[in-house]
Design a protein around this ligand. Structure first.
Ligand code: CA
Length: 228
């Protein structure tokens, strides 16, 4: 759940591509924009969780755009600036940035800051998400379809589903699923993961492609996982 929808706003093409590449390698879904106008258009097309925002942009200045983003809704902002002075850094934080990095940016640090901000955002929001037609609350351990009554699942079934959600849509091996749901129960084997998946598919049949089989390996969630 700590993967994020990121937009990198940076007018220098190589830098932009480099940031995007490292963040995509971390599993984030990354789009790029060369200025504030392009970022506005990208946000209009689809929401984002985190904006990595260069301050020195043509057109609308990064600081001004940070204010707009703060007022516009729930998006995290990490400012990247070559202006290392403390006045700029304070201004950036005051204007709504959640974090900042000074150029030249260490790529590992950029990745870590994005991870950390997304983790804080997820924790603050509570761990709720939508997967297809299902709304899943990982803290209250409930699964519901819209406003309708919650579906009753066993502890093992919920643990398995939570493990698939935590994987963010990537394939999870049957062994790893088994481990997640057995809690040290040594007699569970990989077939019990298959059995739980069958039961979950029956109970959550309103979303036919909810759990996708990766033959001979494991399972993943089919629909995108949208934090709410
Ligand atoms: Ca720039």
């Amino acid at each position: 759940m700590d993967t994020a929808r990121v937009i990198v706003v940076e007018d220098e093409p190589l830098t932009c591509a480099t940031y995007a590449k490292i963040l995509a390698a971390e599993g984030h879904s990354v789009r790029t924009a060369s200025d504030a106008f392009a970022c506005r258009a990208a946000l209009k097309a689809a929401p984002a969780d985190i904006i990595v925002l260069d301050l020195g942009l043509p057109g609308i200045d990064g600081l001004t755009f940070a204010t707009e983003l703060r007022n516009g809704g729930d998006v995290g902002v990490i400012v990247v600036t070559s202006r290392a002075d403390v006045v700029t850094r304070i201004a950036a934080l005051d204007e709504g940035a959640d974090d900042y990095l000074v150029k030249p940016v260490h790529l590992g640090e950029l990745a870590a800051r994005v991870r950390s901000l997304q983790r804080r955002r997820t924790q603050a929001r509570g761990r709720r998400c939508r997967v297809g037609c299902w709304t899943i609350d990982l803290d209250r351990r409930t699964i519901a379809e819209g406003d309708q009554r919650a579906v009753s699942v066993t502890r093992g079934e919920f643990d398995l589903l939570a493990k698939l959600i935590d994987a963010g849509g990537k394939i999870v091996s049957r062994e790893a699923l088994c481990e997640a749901m057995s809690r040290g129960d040594s007699d569970s084997d990989v077939r019990s993961a298959d059995a739980l998946v069958s039961r979950l598919r029956r109970k959550l049949a309103a979303e036919p492609d909810l759990i996708v089989t990766a033959p001979g390996f494991g399972y993943r969630l089919g629909p995108p996982i949208e934090p709410i």
